[in-house]
Each structure stands twice: as C-alpha cells, then as structure tokens.
Design a protein around this ligand. Structure first.
Ligand code: PMT
Length: 330
C-alpha cells in the first residue's frame, strides 16, 4: 500500500486513553443489533450454567479515508480463531465467534476456494436438475456437516463481525459487558490480530486521497491497549488468554512475559508468523509449555488448535474450581 518512506514514525505520538478512543469513535451502525444478540446469547447460556468463550479472529483494518478506498490491514487469515472455535464447541462451550468480515469461519473453513464445488456433481435434466455429493466426498463432508448442524441446532454459536479496529473495540467491550455476569465461567480467547497503530477519526480525510498533490505523509498514532481495561474492569473474573505474534524469535517469550506482568491476565499464546501453524508456546505466570506438531501430524492435516484448546480448557477448569464455580457438564 504505502512504502515506509511515506509513513512518518508514530513513535513519538502519545497514546490516548481507551476512554478517549471510545469518545472519539462512534459505535458502528449495526452496533445495537449486535449488542442485543450478544445479550440474548449470554443470558440464555448463563441460565443453563454453561461456559462461554469469546473467540476473536482475523485482522482489524485502519481506514485511511472515511469513504474508504485504502486502509492498513493486520495480517490474519482467521485460521487460528475459526479452527479453535470448532474445538471449543467440541469441548461443550458456547462460542461467540467475533471475526473479521470475510475471514475464515468455523466449519466453512474446510471448503475454501473451489473445494465445495469440486465435491458436488450435477445431473443436468432441465427443470428436474439435481445436485448430489460425490460418493468419495461424503466421508469428508458428512462429519463436518453433522457438527455444523448440531452446533446451530443447539444455538451454541453466535457470529458477530468487524472490519475496522474501532468496530472491533466496540464489539469487544459490548461482549465483555454481557460476559461479566458469568464470572469465572467466561473465557476470552483473543486470537484476532489487532492494530497497534491508527489514524484518529478527526484526522482522516473524507474522500479518496489524490496522487496529484504528491506522496502523502501519513502519521499513525498508537492505539491504546484494550487488554488493560478488559482484564481490570470489564471481565475481572474471566479466564483471559491473549495472543502474541512476533516475527523475531528472540522477542517472543520476553514480550509474552512482559504482557502477562503488565496486564495480569492468565495466559499468552506466543507464536511466530512463520511457524504459527505447527508451533506455539503457552506462557502463563508459572510455566511455559511448547506445543509442536510433528512432520507426520502436519502432513495428516492435524490442527494445532486441537491441542491448544484442550490444554486451555483444562486450565480454565482449574480457574473455575479456584473461583468456586459450578458448571453444568457438556
Ligand atoms: O489467523 P491466522 O492466519 O491463523 O493467524 C493467527 C495469528 C497469528 C493472527 C494469531 O495466532 C495471533 O497471534 N493473534 C494475535 C496477534 C496480535 O495482535 O498480536 P499483538 O502482539 O499485536 O497483540 C497482543 C495482544 O494485545 C492481542 O491479544 C490483542 O488482542 C491485544 N491488543 C492488541 C492491540 C491493541 N490495541 N489492544 C490490545 O488489547
């Protein structure tokens, strides 16, 4: 989009507070609808004593124009979040899947691109045309379809979506407000890739920037870290897991530990961009635990999220017992 020479360093720009961020950025147009959905979902599952996990997934954008033609994006395909959501459902959790619009979603993630159409065959008989699943694809499609139908029939998953970083934060806070009532039964699994830099709304031009005026100088500001109010104020009893993405191995664990010390939440899942699909490190205040898939597992299409979720669910159980929370079985 813009090369580094066009982007003036924001290093010297002071971070505004999270309250200032919300005061400056109005809620998105569909906010009240989403808030009602979140409220209904949390109240229903709270009544049954269920555990709820909020899974955030995909990257946030920072618009460079109000009528947005160009934007800065944070990298994330949504693999981590969408895959994890499936394993949380399997473990008996109700799942709020908060994802970047058009990023991967649970169940449909298995059929990206041409895959679904390639599994179907068509008998073209005019008005009596029929479509069926190819016999050798039934074994692939059936288990996923069964899990998808079961999750939806049970009302166990709610999808809400965001695009920009401010939409993400409005939804995140609203979800937290609804989850707070569940106390220790709530888990936050913050796998979305969230912008650290943005342009405050009052400095964003209305219309598409014109090249006739020369190369633009874009000054990015620091986004306040929402983990701070989230852990301390919004959901103080919940089990909060954040993710740390780095590209330099030497920074990974020190920065994960720094985050734990700073925000005092329960766990950081540390991963490198280059190896994130087969290696992660679960960093908690007491221990670091590496999860690595073998070459054979990678080849067999094993999801690393299955092991991540399994271990986090176990630790969430410990957290709930310590909080004296009783939970209905899955
Ligand atoms: O979707 P995939 O392609 O599978 O990729 C998955 C992933 C690599 C994106 C995922 O595993 C991951 O690491 N997600 C977190 C990426 C990220 O935002 O890391 P960070 O170091 O910038 O932020 C650390 C934490 O601070 C995040 O949990 C975030 O929720 C939080 N944060 C970030 C910015 C901000 N302004 N406020 C925050 O609270």
């Amino acid at each position: 989009m813009f090369g580094p020479r066009y982007i003036k360093s924001a290093r010297t720009m002071a971070t505004g507070t999270w309250e200032e961020f919300f005061a400056l950025h109005l809620p998105p147009p569909d906010f009240e609808d989403n808030r009602s959905l979140l409220k209904e979902f949390c109240e229903r599952h709270d009544t049954y004593g269920n555990k709820i996990v909020l899974v955030t997934s995909g990257g946030t954008t920072v618009p460079l124009e109000h009528n947005t033609v160009r934007f800065v994006d944070n990298f994330s395909a949504g693999t981590r979040g969408s895959s994890s959501a499936e394993y949380f459902l399997e473990q008996g959790y109700a799942v709020i899947f908060m994802h970047r619009q058009k990023s991967l979603e649970p169940f449909t993630r298995h059929f990206t691109g041409q895959k679904l159409l390639d599994m179907l065959e068509i008998q073209d008989r005019g008005p009596n045309t029929s479509i069926s699943v190819k016999p050798d694809s039934v074994d692939v499609l059936a288990p996923i379809l069964l899990r998808y139908k079961a999750a939806h029939a049970a009302g166990a998953i709610l999808h809400v979506s965001f695009t920009t970083v401010s939409e993400y934060f409005w939804l995140l806070r609203a979800a937290c407000e609804c989850l707070a009532n569940l106390g220790a039964r709530a888990m936050l699994y913050l796998a979305a890739a969230v912008s650290d830099f943005y342009i405050p709304k009052d400095r964003v031009p209305t219309h598409k920037m014109q090249s006739a005026g020369g190369a633009p100088i874009i000054q990015l500001h620091l986004v306040p870290k929402m983990l701070a109010p989230l852990v301390n104020l919004w959901v103080p009893e919940a089990y909060v897991v954040s993710f740390k993405l780095e590209t330099d191995e030497n920074l990974l664990i020190p920065k994960a530990r720094l985050a734990l010390e700073k925000y005092k939440h329960k766990m950081v899942v540390a991963n490198l961009l280059q190896t994130r699909h087969h290696r992660v490190i679960l960093v908690s205040p007491d221990i670091s635990q590496e999860i690595v898939l073998t070459r054979e597992e990678v080849h067999a299409g094993v999801d690393i999220e299955s092991s991540i979720v399994c271990e986090i669910v176990r630790l969430h159980g410990v957290h709930m017992r310590q909080a004296g929370e009783a939970v209905s079985p899955p």
